[in-house]
Design a protein around this ligand. Structure first.
Ligand SMILES: [Zn+2]
Ligand SMILES: [Zn+2]
Length: 145
């Protein structure tokens, strides 16, 4: 396979235990569809909670190195990170450094989810202890008492 940007042969390279194709010229990366999933799984393995991946789809300026069809660009998980993918599900093209941003975004998302689930938990514990009821009772006392 050749790089969709520089048209030089891609080399195999290991990224976090995943064998991916890598361009020696522009340092871009080609990830098969399941490899993108594997990369994300390093930070988060719950597909349900990852959310929608593709936002603001538009035509890409590069072609798939596998089928040579024009690829599609999308904003990765609503972040300002444009990524190209093949509409025939061959894979993703990441420009230099984008794989690090993906891992950062996933990490951030895990932290956000942990924060919101712990907030949910403390709220439900508060309700279990009758917190809301006693609070309302106190408010009522203020007006009736
Ligand atoms: Zn290249
Ligand atoms: Zn393709």
């Amino acid at each position: 396979m050749n790089c969709p940007r520089c048209d030089v042969a891609l080399n195999e390279k290991s990224l976090k235990g995943i064998e991916i194709d890598h361009c020696p010229e522009c340092k871009g990366l080609w990830l098969d569809f399941h490899e993108m999933d594997q990369l994300e799984d390093h930070s988060m393995d719950d597909d349900e909670r990852k959310g929608l991946m593709e936002y603001a789809r538009r035509e890409s300026d590069i072609s798939c190195p596998n089928c040579y069809e024009v690829m599609e660009t999308f904003n990765y998980r609503a972040n300002n990170l444009p990524i190209d993918h093949c509409k025939n599900q061959h894979g993703y093209w990441l420009d230099e450094g984008e794989e690090k941003k993906i891992l950062e975004i996933m990490k951030q998302r895990v932290q956000d989810l942990e924060r919101s689930s712990s907030a949910e938990e403390s709220w439900s514990k508060f309700l279990e202890r009758g917190g809301a009821r006693s609070f309302l009772a106190k408010v009522k006392d203020l007006f009736t008492g």
